[in-house]
Design a protein around this ligand. Sequence first.
Ligand SMILES: NC(=O)C1=CN([C@@H]2O[C@H](COP(=O)(O)OP(=O)(O)OC[C@H]3O[C@@H](n4cnc5c(N)ncnc54)[C@H](OP(=O)(O)O)[C@@H]3O)[C@@H](O)[C@H]2O)C=CC1
Ligand SMILES: O=C(O)CCC(=O)C(=O)O
Length: 477
Amino acid sequence: MFKNYIAGEWIDGVAANCNVNPSDTNDIVGEYARADARQTTMAVDAAFEAQWVWRKLTAEDRADAMDRIGSELLVRREELGRLLSREEGKTLAEGIGEVVRAGRVFKFFAGEALRLGGEKLPGIRQGVEVDVVREPEGVVGIITPWNFPIAIPAWKIAPALAYGNAVVFKPADLVPGSAWALSEIIARAGNLPAGVFNLVMGPGSQVGDTIVKSPKVRAVSFTGSTGTGRRIGIECMTRGAKVQLEMGGKNPLVILDDADIDVAVSVALSGSFFSSGQRCTASSRLIVQAGIHDDFVAAMIERLSRLKVGNALHSDTEMGPVASRDQLDQDIAYIESARADGCVLAFGGEVLQRETPGYYLSPALFTETRNHMKINREEVFGPVATVIKVGDYEQALATANDTEFGLSSGICTTSLKYASDFRRSSSAGMVMVNLPTAGVDYHAPFGGRKGSSYGAREQGAYAREFYTSVKTSYTLA
Ligand SMILES: NC(=O)C1=CN([C@@H]2O[C@H](COP(=O)(O)OP(=O)(O)OC[C@H]3O[C@@H](n4cnc5c(N)ncnc54)[C@H](OP(=O)(O)O)[C@@H]3O)[C@@H](O)[C@H]2O)C=CC1
Ligand SMILES: O=C(O)CCC(=O)C(=O)O
């Protein structure tokens, strides 16, 4: 049994949770402890005490800890990448890539711990000095989803710790294995004082809810569904805690007549279907100008017909299964609803059988869709993309922005004029030109607008906005 880590001890849960390999449902990955509300409160209390020890250590101590964690992740990339792919279903290359990304994130924040500067302002009164510094928030609650089980925890935990906060980490119940492996490295290689970092596995309705409602938790960082995110946001705001929410997307990829068709197909394929489309940044709406529409759709179908869907751990697999039975059911329900609305299923959308029992779905491409349809309004979170045909650039831009979400957007064009205008006019937080809407750099700010995100940006140096609080002091020298 893999245990929770509370107050510097590995502790049994009140129940157990077995996670299953979505590529082979006969394969049980492991048995993991499940905490309840009482154990979660123990973790919060431990973090509350430990924050004072941690923030008083030097920035170099914190930097060294982040560096050691990052180094171990990078050294163990193959082993941890395999565990991640086995547990979540993304391909081995994607799994290893995610571990590398997490390792780089810790290395980046090792540097950031040393770069957290302040500001000195001239006082307006004679002899008075004004200093502006950033201090840690205190105890930070981190609640993460299943689709990036190592990278998302890493890009929340690393800045939280680097800037001097204590952490209570609750991973998604679906993927405790990756979270446990990451936590074991943080606990051991980080060599942190007891209570500075706590892992509390268990259901969101108990563990997550206790974290969110605890008065000792000063800030909550969440990634997941819009519904859960909004509920957490209201709870935190009601009790005056800081909150950062990364939620859904309905990301548009515009393809103009002047696009290089090979670039457009490769960008759409990667953005829509890699990681089985289970990315909040996935390109779910392909907005295609009429002149290139038929050639683009034909080229996509040709490429999709060669896409190898199979066991995530096989080296030649290009797209693994979807992560769970629930996710498969959700994808199928959206496919049925699109069909009922009159969309044409140009490719895929079928449950597949492979040599091992798993949640295999062929990548689905719909044509003849309209932007007002349900399939174009709600996040599917699976290997499902739609094509929306438009007449010109202005219509493409208006369609792209006509969504309640605003995480990422993209355009494929060879026109500098349209590329520049799209970068300016897109209502998304991240804009890509001739690149997939998914797959971002670890040192640049990450986040969206409108219904996709709430609060300060994640990642890169911008992360300090969320994980620190500004203090202004006045001194009469
Ligand atoms: N935008 C994104 O990045 C993601 C979007 N999604 C979307 O959300 C759908 C549902 O996925 P799901 O995993 O259930 O997403 P959730 O938003 O429910 O889960 C995300 C995290 O929040 C936790 N959680 C759930 N309920 C609460 C609560 N009341 N208080 C505090 N924490 C809570 C979950 O715990 P636990 O799972 O252990 O119950 C998990 O750790 C997907 O089908 C997809 O459409 C999902 C993942 C990521
Ligand atoms: O596209 C990426 O690199 C990140 C995606 C992400 O954060 C998510 O799907 O939750």
